[in-house]
Ligand binder design. Sequence first.
Ligand code: SF4
Length: 532
Amino acid sequence: MDLPPRKPEEDEAAWPVPLLKARTVRTSTIQTICEEGLLQRGLVRRLHTLFPQHSGLAPTTPPLFRDKSNYTGIKGFRQVCATLAEHGIDIGFLAERELFIDVYRFLATRHTLNSIDWTNFATDSIFQLTFPQPGMIEGDVVEAYAAAESRSERRRIAAEHMATTNPHDGNQLINKPWFVNDSGQLEVLAGSQHKYPPVQLLFDQSTQHCYSFCTYCFRHAQVRGDDDMFLQKDVDQLHAYLRIHTEVNDVLITGGDAGFMPASRFEQYVTPLIEDPSLIHVKTVRLGTRALTFQPESILDAKYEPMLALFDRLYAEGIQVAFMAHFSTPREVLNPLTLAAIRRLQAHHVVLRSQSPMMRHISMFDNADGTIDIDRSAKNWIDLGNILGMLCIGFHSIYCARPTGEHHYFSAPLADVHKVYDQIYRSLPSINRPSRHVSMTTSAGKISIMGTTIVDGEKLFALKFSEGRNMGWLDQVFLAKYDEHTNNVALLTPHDTEKFFFADELAEIEAQMADALAKAQGVAPSASAAPT
Ligand code: SF4
């Protein structure tokens, strides 16, 4: 369907009303969008005309999900299946999908569900992003689960598989920071990570939720509420730590989803950053959130206004506020609510960046023979990069699947990841390219694949840290043997040395951190998060 042409007598501010009503958007949200002029006709028309294959801006069919705002757990999943059945859609593999939900979680918003192209759901990126798929969990576990005769037996099988899912890849548990408080006691920040000197991660108690669950989630300890999840209850403790650690200039609120933090809690965190001279070194506050993909209406709600006022206040104080979105497909962006939410944030000086996961089946696609379709995969990203550019959003980074959860399903050979990235890089204008090469997180840091090179006739990967436990490591390009198949940068072999240049120092840093944390927690080092 094309967008309706402008009628001479039409009120410009009200033009999106039919578009929004067709998506069952709340009246109050429609009012906000019209009053604040958040959907510009020229922008919407241009995006829809340039990218019709991705556009959800002018849907041809009414949305299937109209009533409930959220569908949660196995019960919610079954309700979704029942609604789909009413429209003649059977997604199949129900036991296998429910096993995944028992091991991880399921949650989908109405917006997420209505963003899926249900006429072609099996290959739809958002369906793959939020719905468990056959092949995610190994066949023997699926068979045992399907054959189980009781719910308790199914739960037992799921719990056994849960124990194998490596929720804290990259030795994250040793990243918990600690400090000596005014009383001379050691205090650990249970809901924080300080791995790279300039950046502090905060997992606040209010952000342990998500709007919808991603099937590849690399924070599933948070999402399913594991005993060893990161959880920050004490706001003042963060400020006490930051006063000592003046190297931190960027606080990244994450979770879960930082979009869940209420304005009152956000205010408690940011007011001292504004008012206390001993915290003046903190120059950026980032919110890691998928609200723009899964629940853009939350940003368009009147309840969001106190948050917007705080963004204005931080801007006036010279503190950068950045929304770290995780867009990986154009379809997540090209709908009226996401566009309007982006424009509302930008009107309040929020910088938008996308740290984008390159995941097989979602944003990296297979040929019929199971190899990676390099051209189709690259096209997804080139279109996304150009769309984000039109919206004044930059890529912060593109990264590949971490070895956590069902890594085998979402990962691809690094050699293919690099080929896709190469096409993206040379096709996008420089202003729309990611700020660094495609990377993978390891315990040592984020390792970027710079490219390939030939030394003495041998093909090699050229690698470089884009973040490191020792930021001095970022100065050095290093070489690894080229491998057509491996999907994990930590498994690469050094070119002509026994170990990579950082290996010994990394072991030392990890041991020191694990020991120091164990002391701070009052446990023997062996009982702490020793490096593996
Ligand atoms: S939004 Fe983040 S924490 Fe939540 S399910 Fe997705 S990847 Fe996991």
